[in-house]
Design a protein around this ligand. Structure first.
Ligand code: FAD
Ligand code: NAD
Ligand code: SF4
Ligand code: FES
Length: 803
């Protein structure tokens, strides 16, 4: 029998999850086709907040890889929009002129951000916050501008505001109501939240009605209806969303606020279903994933002709994803004439709890400061529990393992995916799961907002007991269940030599690997066998492949090496000549004391490197970037040491070294520390007759002050300690883990105990020397190798004199 054709319009979170449900129920029943306007595979929209806040990167938020579509024989048309549904012929038509016939059609077109129709809203610098494109726009803007205004003090607006603060912008939040998140919180919690966020640096303008966006081409300010106005370089509108129903409406499918569906997510047109934010069920339209995933589950049963109870509507719960602030609300949030409430307000500790009760039953809750009871209250509401069930057990006093052990099996651990304690424990026991990542793969718990990760971890600990710590590991990516340590062990044991071989032999789920594991494996293989391993350039991130940082306008930056931040007339002349000849847009002195040629065209890169005839400054590399130096004893009256000389020696020694993440160093010649050693991976500070070596500092988003590792007497000792420290870091850190995170995780005592062992110290130095023995200047290597040039820089002229 030929398969039925299932077509999905909208390659987003709700639609693709529904397809996953269908595949689970009936893997062979359908030929599946998916159309998605966005040019990506299905990604975790929720994590855009974390991308903006700097906690994760865009390439890490994919939910279903390209490979997943292939593995499930799904025809995916990314970047293709369905314009018409012909419900009589059962065909959809796209903007690329494609037609696809369906037996069953799912509409999952999501929502559109609501943009206030203010005069000036079309100016450059005004954006929504809905997709990857918006997120990139804000990140890009933060590189050039200072002042951000977020309109809307709801969940989205506050998460955007936190992200923009992290990106170094000043942030005003403009809100219509008299307290924040008035749709999710009561006034007490809303005001507590405001205080907390003000402490974090946000500025609030409440009860403000925006009237006009000011500026010429680009936004310059925002004006209110009371005449007051504020400056703005960026305006983010986060004032709610509207179901994206135009396609359905124009195709004659009945629509109210959303596309009208019954309990089985069927529209009024035969064989057409709607799910997600575009669907309206019992007059409700939802904007959170938990209800959308419940809808998908019920719809999948119906599509696969499996009897089910149908979707009955959802009790909502929300949690703000801003670090340092715990807020939770569920169900009803404000009292009325039918409700009574239990309230606990602790001004001293900054916690607030309100539980609403209607006819003896719990109907809602608002929690601030301590949200550990959140999921339990949600479960109690869902089960129609009486308030006594909550008050009689004082579980919120407990934490971690105690909290977990007192939970009944039916309590929800992951609100987004509706996964209970019982389901997770069953999966851990029956499938031998040992990590949060594996629980996620098996049950979906923690796959969406990630807010339940610590509960899942507690549950693993509770279920596995002593085995947990031994087993706890995070797999290096979703292509494998193996952790970094296990992969490295297997590479050594089995003598594996190439990334492909590692993936094959170790049973990678995806033959090609992914953007997370490929560069990591390439690094680990190179680190383990520096003299034998041939770097797989295609596995590296684009900047490292091209040896230049790509800029927001598609041009590149060129940073030649200037050891210790010292230059001379000859090098400056070459830089000036190149800048003139290739019309370099800007020459900028970097924070690491280098000269950065900005705005270089890709095809000019090899010529520029050739004409500069200077080594690469590795400003793009996961390796040593710069050694910043102060002027030191030769010129400064406070200087006790030759900081420049030592800095140059360090840079010459470690240049070109591959490390798990970028490494920045500095040398200052006295404790005034002008080269800022406290925020460097390695910061050397000269004292009279000795040097202090500080490690693990970071001046970026995750600020960390470096810690004193050792005091030593000579420059040779500085070089040897730095080599041992960096080699230990190279060998034991996870790929993409900065020294700051690694030192924090491993602990300085452990690092010292390794380096204190004389033999180990010498061995680390020897392995470092081996790694350094194969280092080549990447620019020189590229311009001397025609094949490499053609492969990497297509359309590039090959400089004269190369082979
Ligand atoms: C920054 C941010 C943070 C969030 N945080 C949370 C959170 O913490 N918790 C939570 O529960 N929810 C959160 N949400 C909401 C959650 O992401 C959404 O509820 C969810 O993504 C909705 O899924 P959906 O599939 O209905 O819509 P979407 O994910 O928007 O997917 C719809 C897709 O359909 C495509 N499309 C539309 N029309 C067509 C067409 N004609 N042809 C082809 N393709 C089309 C769109 O381009 C889009 O890719 C957040 C949202 C944002 C923006
Ligand atoms: N952590 C989470 O769960 C999370 C995070 C982000 C987004 N989301 C979801 O994304 C969707 C969009 O979020 P949202 O915050 O935009 O929607 P929202 O409707 O929850 O909040 C919008 C806020 O903007 C305010 N507002 C409306 N008009 C305004 C105006 N003219 N000036 C100033 N303020 C105005 C409203 O008072 C409201 O508080 C929602 O469905 C939300 O649930 C959820
Ligand atoms: S760190 Fe000390 S020696 Fe170096 S420039 Fe500053 S004051 Fe002078
Ligand atoms: S609660 Fe959001 S992923 Fe579990």
């Amino acid at each position: 029998m030929s398969k039925q054709k299932l077509v999905l319009i909208g390659n987003g979170m709700a639609g693709v999850r529904a397809v996953e449900e269908v595949l689970q129920l009936a893997p062979d029943q359908f030929d599946i086709t998916i159309f998605g306007s966005e040019p990506y595979p299905n990604y975790n929209r929720i994590e855009l907040s974390k991308v903006l806040q700097g906690d994760t990167e865009i390439h890490d938020i994919t939910l279903n890889s390209w490979q997943w579509y292939e593995d499930n024989n799904i025809k995916l048309y990314p970047g293709e929009t369905v314009l018409k549904i012909d419900k009589d012929k059962q065909i959809v038509r796209t903007d690329k002129g494609r037609e696809a016939a369906y037996d069953k059609l799912i509409i999952a077109t999501g929502s559109l951000p609501f943009m206030l129709p203010l005069p000036g809203a079309d100016k450059e610098g005004v954006t929504a916050f809905r997709d990857i494109k918006d997120c990139e726009k804000m990140i890009e803007c933060s590189n050039h501008y200072k002042k951000a205004v977020v309109i809307g003090g709801g969940l989205l607006g506050l998460e955007a505001a936190r992200g923009l603060l992290n990106l170094g912008m000043e942030v005003d939040v403009v809100h219509l109501a008299d307290y924040l998140m008035e749709r999710q919180l009561d006034q007490t919690a809303g005001k507590m939240l405001q205080k907390e966020l003000e402490k974090q640096g946000m500025n609030f303008l409440l009860e403000k009605q925006s009237e006009e966006i000011i500026g010429t081409d680009r936004v310059e300010g925002l004006k209110f209806n009371d005449g007051h106005q504020i400056e703005a370089d960026l305006i983010v509108m986060a004032v709610g969303i509207r179901p994206n129903v135009s396609l359905a409406k124009e195709s004659g499918i009945p629509v109210n606020r959303g596309i009208i569906v019954n309990d089985y997510l069927e529209t009024e047109v035969p064989n057409i279903y709607a799910v997600g934010e575009c669907a309206e069920h019992r007059e409700m339209v939802y904007g959170l994933v938990a209800p959308l995933y419940q809808q998908g589950k019920e719809m999948a049963k119906q599509i696969c002709s499996i009897e089910g109870d149908g979707y009955q509507g959802s009790v909502l719960s929300t949690q703000l994803k801003v670090s340092g602030v715990d807020v939770f609300s569920t169900g009803k949030i404000n009292e009325d004439e039918h409700t009574k409430s239990l309230k606990l307000f602790d001004d001293w500790n900054g916690t607030y709890k309100k539980v609403l009760v209607d006819k003896g039953k719990i109907t809602g809750a608002v929690l601030f400061g301590d949200t550990s009871d959140g999921n339990r209250l949600l479960s109690l509401i869902n089960n129609g529990a009486a308030i006594e069930e909550y008050t009689e057990s004082e579980r919120s006093e407990n934490s971690g393992a105690d909290l977990i052990s007192s939970m009944p099996d039916e309590e929800i651990i992951c609100g987004c995916n509706g996964v209970t304690k019982g389901t997770i424990v069953e999966a851990i026991n029956s499938q031998g799961l040992a990590t949060v990542e594996q629980v996620k793969g098996c049950t979906n718990a923690s796959r969406s907002c990630g807010g339940c990760k610590s509960l899942v971890s507690d549950l693993l600990e509770h279920t596995l007991g002593d085995d947990y710590t031994q087993n706890e590991k995070e797999s290096i990516c979703t292509c494998t269940t193996l952790s970094r340590d296990e992969v490295i062990e297997e590479i050594k044991l089995k003598g594996l030599t190439h990334t492909r071989e590692v993936m094959n032999v170790l049973g990678w789920k995806s033959e090609e690997g992914c953007s997370k594991c490929k560069p990591a494996l390439n690094y680990y293989l190179g680190m383990l066998k520096p003299t034998e391993y041939e770097d797989e350039k295609e596995s590296r991130f684009v900047n490292e492949r091209l040896h230049a940082n790509i800029q927001n306008d598609g041009t590149y930056s060129v940073v030649p090496r200037m050891y210790g931040g010292v230059t001379n007339a000859e090098d400056l002349r070459k830089i000036a000549d190149v800048a003139d000849k290739y019309e370099v847009k800007m020459i900028k002195v970097t924070g690491g004391q280098r000269l950065d040629l900005l705005g270089v065209k890709k095809q000019d890169l090899p010529d520029i490197w050739s004409e500069l005839d200077m080594p690469s400054g590795s400003a793009y590399a996961k390796g040593l970037r710069t050694v910043k130096t102060c002027v030191g004893a030769d010129f400064c009256r406070f200087g006790t040491q030759d900081s420049i000389g030592l800095g140059i020696k360090m840079e010459k020694k470690f240049e070109g070294l591959n490390t798990p993440h970028k490494v920045k160093m500095s040398v200052s010649a006295c404790p005034r520390n002008c080269a800022e050693g406290s925020v460097k991976d390695v910061g050397v500070v000269g004292l009279d007759g000795e040097f202090e070596i500080y490690v693990g500092g970071n001046g970026g988003t995750h600020m960390r002050k470096a810690e004193l590792l050792y005091k030593v007497k000579t420059e040779e000792e500085v070089l040897a300690v730095t080599a041992a420290f960096l080699q230990y870091y190279r060998e034991s850190a996870n790929y993409l883990e900065r020294t700051s995170a690694w030192v924090e995780r491993v602990g300085l005592d452990q690092i010292r105990s390794v380096l204190d062992e004389k033999q180990t110290f010498l061995e680390l130095n020897a392995r470092m020397d081996e790694a350094l023995s194969v280092v080549q200047d990447p620019w020189k290597e590229a311009i001397e190798d025609n094949r490499l040039l053609r492969e990497l820089y297509q359309n590039v002229k090959v400089p004269a004199g190369t082979n």
